[in-house]
Design a protein around this ligand. Structure first.
Ligand SMILES: [Zn+2]
Ligand SMILES: [Zn+2]
Ligand SMILES: [Zn+2]
Length: 393
């Protein structure tokens, strides 16, 4: 029996609720996404991940060497690395050389979208309409990336590749029904200040690449259909991060060793993280975005009781409780990252209404309802916090 069920919450639509008392640390469910992709800049900077599932494709040692640009680094305990193969042994699409973690992911990609998206020998041709679309997107969305046109491209390809689109339609309509009244998306933060013009340019590029007017499977892909699709990925897209180095760190932490070995290892890991911080800052992971059918029904709270984890180092999400939950309580995740959650009620509400188009009425926000309407930087917070505020503005 499931520990949770979807039910109506009243003012914020559907939500997920605990049916029984649940202990902290419980995995409520695991699910694969309907569609996922690596961010475009992340990929073009050489972060290597399976095109289908985002599993890291380089060993922890190669990963840390590449990121720090120090090829003298040798990682101890290589058996703790989850990626053992050399790059040359990875499964590739024989036409375009796109890399996958195995035959199953290549098969899944081919079956779902890659027959439409395989560019074959044109893979590096910047004039190819699909590449032109991705380049245009990259030039209006610099890192840190929060969303990707690749999700849109893959969804379109899924429709184009299937004779019978009714199953697909049902899957995506479930999302679309949540966003249909949100045509205010034109103001969406993800889309930036000048996005109303860019959205039309993007749509032209979509038409060049997929010619929706001559394909009955894409009859929904009008300019407004395209806007809804952007709204859908903007408000429902869940970030994914995978890293073979982080996996290695987790695995070496679990193995048995004596105290001296442990201390030496801790120093090694600290030094590596400092080095990484100097060179790449927070850009440690293969990063991407995905749409999840079940997880998308989980509402936001500024005091969440669950979080999304990726325990298999790929796009499989595990919704995990972070505190004990009573039967009947709503299951909530945070749509904001940890730093943002520490900010004032006013700042949080601003971010949530700009990025996710709702007014937060969670218990934390309600308990702070009397707080002055100040953004965090006006509160005389520490320098570091001010920096974050500046970054996200
Ligand atoms: Zn894979
Ligand atoms: Zn291919
Ligand atoms: Zn809140």
């Amino acid at each position: 029996m499931s520990m949770v069920k979807v039910q109506d919450t009243g003012f914020k639509g559907r939500g997920l609720f605990a049916v029984v008392p649940i202990k902290a640390g419980t995995v409520l469910f695991e699910e694969s996404p309907l569609v996922s992709c690596q961010f475009s800049w992340n990929s073009s900077y050489g972060y290597l991940a399976c095109e289908y599932c985002l599993r890291p494709l380089e060993t922890a040692e190669s990963n840390v060497r590449r990121l720090t640009n120090d090829y003298t680094i040798n990682l101890p305990y290589p058996e703790c690395c989850t990626v053992q193969e050399q790059l040359s042994s990875h499964t590739k699409c024989t036409d375009c050389m796109e890399m996958y973690c195995g035959a199953e992911c290549l098969q899944n990609a081919l079956q779902l979208y890659h027959r439409v998206l395989c560019l074959g020998a044109n893979r590096s041709d910047t004039n190819h309409p699909i590449n032109a679309l991705v380049e245009f997107w990259k030039n209006i969305h610099f890192p840190p990336e929060t969303s990707s046109i690749m999700l849109v491209i893959k969804i379109i390809a899924m429709f184009k590749q299937h004779e019978n689109t009714s199953k697909l339609r049902t899957q995506f309509e479930d999302f679309v029904s949540q966003t249909v009244n949100q045509d205010l998306m034109i103001f969406h933060k993800m889309l930036g200040e000048n996005f109303s013009q860019q959205i039309e340019q993007l749509y032209d590029l979509i038409c060049n690449a997929f010619d929706p007017s001559s394909d009955k499977r894409l009859h929904w892909l009008s300019l407004s259909g395209f806007r809804s699709l952007l709204a859908l990925i903007g408000t429902n897209g869940q970030g994914i991060g995978t890293s073979s180095f982080a996996d290695w760190v987790r695995n070496v932490t679990d193995i048995e060793m004596n105290e001296m070995q442990r201390e030496a290892l801790d120093v090694t890991i600290d030094n590596l993280y400092n080095k990484l911080d100097d060179v790449v800052g927070s850009f440690l992971n293969n990063e991407g975005s995905a749409l999840y059918a079940r997880q998308s029904k989980v509402n936001h709270s500024c005091a969440p009781n669950t979080e999304c984890r990726f325990p298999h180092s790929n796009n499989v999400l595990a919704l995990t409780t972070i505190r004990d939950i009573d039967a009947g309580q709503e299951i909530c995740i945070s749509y904001l990252d940890e730093c943002a959650l520490e900010r004032s009620r006013h700042s949080r509400q601003k971010m949530l209404s700009e990025n996710y188009l709702f007014q937060c009425k969670c218990e934390k926000c309600e308990s702070q309802v009397a707080d002055p309407d100040e953004t965090s930087e006006e509160e005389g917070s520490s320098e570091e916090e001010q920096q974050m505020d500046d970054d996200s503005d």
